[in-house]
Design a protein around this ligand. Structure first.
Ligand code: ZN
Length: 489
């Protein structure tokens, strides 16, 4: 690999050179959504962050298997293994089957991720489709002595695990702190220690999402699915595990403990965590009234929004911050992202019409190297865009005749912008698409005007043929007294 990529490994708290276990193959697992509500800005950030990583790894020559799960069972309202299942609760409130909720919000999630131009993962496993595998892992952990049964539920024995392996490696939390920080009540009386967590929970009579097991009719603990599905599809040792910082503890800490307790060693080489999005400095939350779904961003239909923001504006806005930095949403920030992106695309449009000279007054190769350096430095997308905007000044100056470029360098520059902006950053020029749609409107109008002419010449057979063939394409043409109307069916 020509490019040396460094990524920040949360586990070791430093940037490390990325060396896959089995190059050129890379296994990458990202915690996906719990599908019980409309996707929001908080879903967009990991979606886009790991999409850029996925795109970049492939661009520099790796073959990536990207697994992102769908959580459709076992995510309870409280981290302390209490409360209702989030999906079952939504199903109860809406009087629907839990799997109807899962399908509805999974569809919506896919739709929004597609609008944001994220590539679909290679495999998208559902927790509910891997109950047997989860039971097998519980058994393995029990056999290895790191879990215990109480009243049909199985809990992970954190203290016992900690004697052999260190618990808290990822979050830096140690058992003594957990002991004093966990409220007694959280543990219920089934757990030996309040920080133990459920691997399998016996279902109460009213709990609908349940499966038979040798311990009880019940359901898996939320943390288990990711340990099980990541190792099932990527092997007991794999390269990258990503997710939001909010999942670092307890979710990812528990994943490490489970995989290690089952297999004797950790599964993940590089742990990556994206930071969170705040809204006007506050955490996003339903109770705060600042909870904005992606659909609301795209339509502008929310009281906090001054206007609609296109999917690409959201994408560009997110990439203008480094993924490990917090990102604060405001109308002002989004509008400035919108303007910045327009400036970038306007300059890129000029690339096709630049005049070339015998000499270049700018080092295109150096710009390209700086772009790679930015991404190789832990995917530093804001620095990447800073370099691309340096190039924008150059493009504008060439267009104004104050700078010059050779034909060879111009080809390089076009490829550089195409690759970094479209292929790696995953942006699309929405204006160009709108212009394309406008052009098609113009072509259709031209065709229908020609049809009017043939009618005037009494060539009704040709006029009907045009009308019928358009109808086959789903375009309905109606003759009116002044001309025609059309609509897409
Ligand atoms: Zn997970």
């Amino acid at each position: 690999m020509e490019n040396k990529l460094y990524i920040y490994n949360t586990l070791n708290r430093k940037k490390e050179e990325f060396k896959p276990i089995n190059p050129p193959h890379v296994g990458m697992y990202v915690c996906g959504p719990t599908v019980y509500g409309e996707p929001h800005l908080g879903h967009a950030r990991p979606g886009i962050t790991y999409d850029v990583l996925y795109r970049y790894l492939q661009y520099i020559g790796y073959k990536v298997r990207y697994v992102r799960n769908i959580t459709d069972v076992g995510h309870l309202e409280s981290d302390a293994d209490t409360g209702e299942d989030k999906i079952a609760k939504k199903a109860r409130l809406e009087e629907l089957e839990p799997m109807e909720i899962v399908q509805f919000y999974t569809n919506s999630y896919h739709e929004k991720m597609k609008a944001l131009n994220t590539l679909p993962p290679s495999i998208e496993p559902h927790a509910s489709g891997h109950i047997i595998e989860q039971q097998l892992m519980v058994k393995k952990i029990l056999d290895n002595g790191y879990a215990y049964e109480k009243n049909g539920s199985i809990y992970f024995d954190v203290e016992k695990y900690n004697q052999k392996y260190k618990y808290g490696k990822l979050s830096g939390r140690i058992i003594d702190d957990l002991q004093s920080n966990t409220r007694e009540l959280d543990g219920l009386d089934e757990k030996k220690n309040p920080f133990d967590f459920a691997l399998w929970k016996k279902a109460s009579p009213e709990h609908i999402m349940r499966w038979p097991s040798e311990w009880s009719d019940g359901f898996p603990g939320w943390h288990l699915e990711c340990s099980v599905m990541s190792t099932k599809y990527l092997g007991e040792k794999f390269d990258i595990h990503g997710g939001g910082m909010d999942l670092l503890f307890p979710h990812h800490e528990c994943e490490i403990a489970q995989s290690t307790a089952a297999n004797g060693e950790e599964s993940v080489q590089y742990w990556m965590h994206n930071n969170m999005i705040t809204i006007d400095g506050q955490k996003m939350g339903k109770s705060l009234g600042n909870f904005i779904t992606l659909e609301e961003f795209f339509t502008g239909n929310h009281k906090l929004l001054e206007k609609a923001y296109s999917p690409m504006t959201i994408r560009f806005f997110i990439l203008q911050a480094h993924y490990r930095s917090p990102l604060d949403f405001s109308n002002e920030a989004l509008q400035s992202a919108e303007k910045g992106m327009a400036r970038l695309f306007t300059a890129m449009d000029k690339l096709d019409n630049l005049k070339t000279s015998a000499k270049s007054s700018f080092d295109v190769q150096a710009l390209k190297q700086r772009c790679f350096d930015a991404l190789n430095d832990d995917l530093n997308t804001p620095i990447l865009f800073a370099h691309l905007f340096d190039g924008v000044k150059y493009i504008n100056s060439i267009a104004a005749g104050t700078e010059s470029i050779t034909a060879g360098d111009l080809d390089e520059l076009k490829k550089l912008y195409h690759d970094f902006v479209y292929e790696i950053a995953g942006l699309k020029n929405e204006n160009a698409q709108k212009q394309g749609a406008n052009k098609l409107d113009e072509v259709l109008t031209l065709l229908l005007n020609l049809r009017m002419e043939v009618k005037k010449n009494k060539d009704f057979a040709t006029a009907d043929k045009i009308r019928d063939q358009l109808k086959d394409m789903g375009i309905i043409v109606k003759d009116t007294k002044d001309g025609f109307e059309w609509e897409i069916n």
